[in-house]
Design a protein around this ligand. Sequence first.
Ligand SMILES: [Zn+2]
Length: 191
Amino acid sequence: MPEAIRTRHARSCASRTGQRCNRTPSHATSVYIAADRKKVRRSFPTQTAARAWQRDSRVKADRGTLRAIRTPTLAAAAEDLIEGMKDNSVRARGDKPFRAPVIREYESMLRRRVVPTPLAKKRLSQITHADLVYFVRDLHRQGLSPSSIRNTFDPIRVIFREAAEVGLVPANPMGGAATPERNGEASRAGH
Ligand SMILES: [Zn+2]
């Protein structure tokens, strides 16, 4: 059901006293995001812009690429992953629970090498492929071996996979090029 576009007049506008509008009104609209049970609201200088945004947003909402909830930061997503692995709500491949040693390993990698970095302060939706390439370079600069870097990226890969599944990120920025490969085994193959 289409949401109305409401015209808002400034407090100082003459239309408030029944006269002609003498300020630039704003046009407020919203789109209901069923997945989040919330509305996204925006206002625009023109009705046309408001209507265009509404039309685009409904398409995006149907595709699941527009959300009413904010995408978590990488640090928050890391904490969610640790918690989710421990309570079995986040599953490994094949819908199996993560094994205890894997959970310990992921938790340690995330807490030591990911959460304290500036990258972890970014929201998942803002993290680009380039950010991940620079992150790998930082890890090389710290003297980590390629296998340690791969191990660091394993939980990050799970975080993005989970976020992509629920549409919190439009596309997974974890391309095969971001991390050292395991003898050509593409990172996307198993995930
Ligand atoms: Zn007005």
